[in-house]
Design a protein around this ligand. Structure first.
Ligand SMILES: NC(=O)c1ccc[n+]([C@@H]2O[C@H](COP(=O)([O-])OP(=O)(O)OC[C@H]3O[C@@H](n4cnc5c(N)ncnc54)[C@H](OP(=O)(O)O)[C@@H]3O)[C@@H](O)[C@H]2O)c1
Length: 327
């Protein structure tokens, strides 16, 4: 994959991913830019997952030294890119150091800045799904399937929420199919909880097969939230659950993705009426993810709710139809 590092003639934001040309952001960004009065275009840089450090360095140095290259949103390569390019950044925002990743590259004068926005954007998405006080009222639990980057972002957000004295699920359970990732997240989460001085009931389960995840889901309390943070359905086929899973009565089911063959969503929708479920996909997560980075790159105040945010959602839905939405 050869990226084209040609001097930008007009302000440009980059999308650093794997198959960026397929993303609906290529259609959504120009419409958002018009609405937000941002004079800029978007271009993609594609890398293989875990690409060579020198390739990440080449892209970051290009953005840093090209005056009209304003910044970038990073997916998939968040950890690898920061590891390869640490020395290029004059500043790192909150969470970037502790999570050792960045999803946003921006400039402040002559300085290059990196931010880890995921704990913020997953948090905004979480707040849109569960109303304040819900956990105290219901005593419900939360099951996160997967112990990757986005799962860690959600746990980080929830620890911050507890630190702010806000209510939390009575138990936060994390299941993962490989022990290594599960243990890494456990170590990280336990340390963050200790440092924050909060009281959170965390549970970790090694679940190599979907039937193992079913066995945890069936014991959740009424009203509990079940999150698919495995990427199964988009990144690889299938679901982390079997078709025999029993979702909690009056539960909330949240799939982090909104495109792909989302079997997990189908499984939830099949039980929606019988078990009175609320079923949510990852579209708002996508919108929050992009708008937070655009705000950072163009130093623009973009609200996270209200009429302007609602208009951005409508513009995105019009520009990126359900068949070509791509994160
Ligand atoms: N809507 C949005 O804008 C948005 C934003 C952020 C993320 N996402 C999506 O969320 C998904 C997860 O992202 P990520 O960055 O966290 O991915 P990731 O780092 O690859 O993590 C996925 C984790 O799920 C685990 N897993 C896979 N199958 C499992 C199963 N059957 N049971 C339990 N655990 C299982 C993996 O286990 P191993 O340790 O065995 O690999 C891995 O730890 C991706 O598809 C991403 O696109 C969407």
């Amino acid at each position: 994959m050869a990226n084209n590092y040609t001097k930008a003639e007009r302000p440009t934001m980059y999308f650093i991913g794997v198959t960026t040309g397929k993303s609906s952001i290529m259609k959504v960004f120009p419409e958002w830019a018009k609405y937000l009065e941002i004079d800029a275009e978007i271009k993609g840089f594609d890398f293989k997952p875990h690409d060579e450090p020198a390739k990440y360095l080449e892209a970051v140095r290009f953005i840093k030294n090209d005056p009209k290259s304003e910044g970038a949103l990073v997916t998939t390569h968040k950890l690898d890119l920061l590891e390869a390019c640490k020395g290029e950044f004059e500043g790192l925002g909150p969470y970037a150091k502790e999570l050792r990743e960045i999803s946003s590259i921006s400039k402040r004068g002559n300085e290059l800045w990196g931010h880890a926005k995921d704990p913020v954007t997953v948090g905004l998405s979480f707040e849109a799904i569960v109303k304040d006080g819900y956990w105290n009222e219901t005593g419900a639990e939360m099951l996160i399937l997967g112990a990757g980057g986005s799962s860690l972002a959600l746990v980080t957000y929830l620890i911050g929420r507890a630190k702010d004295g806000r209510d939390l699920p009575s138990k936060i359970i994390i299941n993962n199919r490989s022990e290594k990732r599960l243990n890494e997240l456990k170590k990280h989460a336990v340390k963050m909880v200790e440092e924050a001085g909060v009281d959170i009931n965390l549970g970790f389960n090694l679940c190599p097969s979907p039937a193992d995840n079913d066995a945890v889901a069936v014991n959740l309390k009424e009203g509990s939230l079940v999150v698919n943070a495995t990427g199964l359905g988009k990144d690889s086929p299938g679901s982390p659950l079997t078709d025999d899973v029993i979702f909690p009565q009056k539960g909330i089911v949240w799939e982090f993705n909104y495109r792909g063959d989302l079997v997990f969503l189908d499984q939830a929708n099949a039980q929606k009426e019988a078990r009175q479920l609320s079923v949510v996909d990852g579209w708002f997560y996508f919108i929050h993810g992009w708008t937070r980075v655009i705000a950072e790159v163009f130093h623009k105040d973009i609200p996270t709710e209200g009429p302007v945010f609602n208009e951005l959602c409508e513009i995105a839905a019009r520009a990126g139809s359900p068949t070509n939405k791509a994160g």
